[in-house]
Design a protein around this ligand. Sequence first.
Ligand code: 6GU
Length: 297
Amino acid sequence: MRIDIVSVFPEYFDVLNLSLLGKAQDKGLLQVTAHNLRDWTHDVHRTVDDTPVGGGAGMVMKPEIWAQCLDDVLGLPARELENVELTLDDDLPVGQGYGVHATKHGSEVGAAEQSSAIATTQLEHGHKPSQLKQVLIFPNPSAPLFNQQAATELSHAEQLVFGCGRYEGIDARVPRYYAEQGVDVREYSIGDYVLNGGEVAVSAMIEAIVRLIPGFMGNPESIVEESYTGDALLEHRPYTKPTTWRGIAVPQVLISGDHAKVDRYRRDEAIMRTNAIRPDLIEQLDCRRLDKADRKL
Ligand code: 6GU
């Protein structure tokens, strides 16, 4: 899998090189690249945002910068610059040029170098953009919740591109445009609270997705049994030795040696905990997946 992340704070993603994700990259299962959105700007201030049309607080991220960047990262054909307001840049000596250079080839030198750097990376890793099953994902607190089902589905993609918004978000025409181009576009929230930007949400989504890539986890069984897979129940609580610690004994059944009883105990625990903590998950539960003993609870 190839993962491209676009952000104005690409350093946030340095941590992805640590731990299991780093190992997956070493094994060649995964290649993660964090891009700086500002590399696709053309003005000396490297501006990525503007005031909201219609008024209001905060700033909105500009669609043309995002599109220049995403066209490159998705491997779509470069387009000529369009709808760019040519402004005389007052930081440059008069006569030396404009803040924005609209050329036939779509961009000034900096951005052209960017796209060739990406093309080289794709060649090095043997990807042809046309063969990729791509998904473009925008973290958005006002979107459907990201869950284990979404993570599982996305773990089968060949390329994931994450566009991290800051401020009041990215101009709404950006996801719409790529969807209209036939790109599989998703927007996800990671919970009912507000973060300052999408970076932390994307880190969480990547960790949830990448551990589901076949060959990533040392012990695939630990994935099958855990919370939210299969029945969408919370997991039973874990215990290790000693069987009595600081006067607290582990549940007796766990040291009985009776595997059927242990399984039954763990399933009861999972159902009761889910009922107490997440009754919404109990309501979603597929009744056909409950066994006779479950129904007595
Ligand atoms: Cl995806 N983004 C932001 N900014 N805040 C969030 C979120 C996403 N999910 C929950 N809160």
